[in-house]
Design a protein around this ligand. Structure first.
Ligand SMILES: [Zn+2]
Length: 57
């Protein structure tokens, strides 16, 4: 059940937040509430700026 994590930058406030690639619920920026990722049944649709992808080990 491995999955990758994405480090996303919020396009509105620049906050950087780690998001699991298979989110079950929409993920909002912790600072301003902008939606960073939404679930699409499989991998999340990323709406923030993708800074880095971190592979799970
Ligand atoms: Zn934000």
């Amino acid at each position: 059940m491995a999955g990758n994590f994405h480090l996303l930058g919020c396009p509105d406030c620049g906050n950087e937040q780690v998001v699991f690639e298979k989110v079950a619920m929409p993920v909002a920026c912790a600072v301003c509430g902008h939606t960073l990722a939404t679930p699409t049944g499989g991998k999340a649709t990323l709406e923030g700026e993708l800074i880095e992808t971190v592979e799970a080990r």
